[in-house]
Design a binder for this molecule. Structure first.
Ligand code: MG
Ligand code: ZN
Length: 221
């Protein structure tokens, strides 16, 4: 049997960056009511799409520049990410970023590292009074989670039958993608979720760990 071709689907917030940028933006710029919306998302009372849309609608569009500058100044890219991107290029492994984050901070933070064509995230419109989030990658007919940026739908679109699907992530929003994948590389809350759902995974903290995990696969494949 022919070996399957690896393809990587990598989360952004809390995976490529050390912490979650939407939470950082809300903590700094939103009125107190954002916290209640966040809690409703976590308890699954409202969908991620509804919650994120509502949180950003609390922010005036005129704050675009200060918010973007704040995130670019404070977000930290996890150790080894640059080397990891170079590794995927050398090995000719397609790398897609699948993110519930928003284009105005995801794209500049990945500038010079990942081409925009390989980045799947939510978009934003600053033409109204408050920030309006747009959803170019919402759920296909097989998903009814109202994800916002639907990772399972993107995987179904990009992967072929001979694709070995590798998912890298950190949180609940990566769980459905992890269920569809052939290999999961996880940190933080996603580890707990994989254990609960009996999904096998390799733990990581830096992208040097991720490279070691992928190199092992090449030896045994
Ligand atoms: Mg994440
Ligand atoms: Zn979905």
């Amino acid at each position: 049997m022919k070996a399957k071709k690896p393809m990587i689907f990598c989360d952004f917030d809390g995976t490529i960056t050390n912490s979650d940028n939407i939470i950082a933006i809300m903590k700094k710029f939103a009125p107190a009511e954002w916290d209640d919306i966040k809690n409703k998302v976590l308890s699954q009372e409202i969908s991620i799409k509804e919650g994120v849309g509502k949180m950003f609608s609390l922010l005036p569009s005129e704050k675009k520049k200060v918010i973007t500058e704040y995130i670019l100044a404070h977000a930290e890219i996890r150790d080894g990410f640059k080397e990891f991107v170079a590794f995927t290029k050398e090995e000719d492994i397609p790398l897609y970023i699948v993110s519930g984050g928003i284009d105005f901070f995801v794209e500049p933070l990945l500038d010079g590292l990942v081409e925009e064509a390989n980045i799947y995230c939510n978009h934003s419109d600053f033409s109204g009074e408050t920030i309006n989030i747009l959803w170019p990658h919402s759920c296909d007919s097989e998903c009814n989670n109202d994800c916002g940026c639907c990772k399972p739908s993107i995987i179904r679109k990009l992967a072929k039958t001979d694709t070995f699907k590798i998912v890298i992530g950190d949180s609940i929003t990566d769980l459905e993608a992890a269920k569809l994948s052939d290999q999961v590389i996880a940190r933080d809350f996603l580890i707990k979720k994989c254990e609960e759902h009996s999904i096998s995974f390799s733990p990581f903290e830096t992208f040097f760990d991720v490279m070691d995990i992928l190199k092992k696969r090449e030896v045994t494949a």
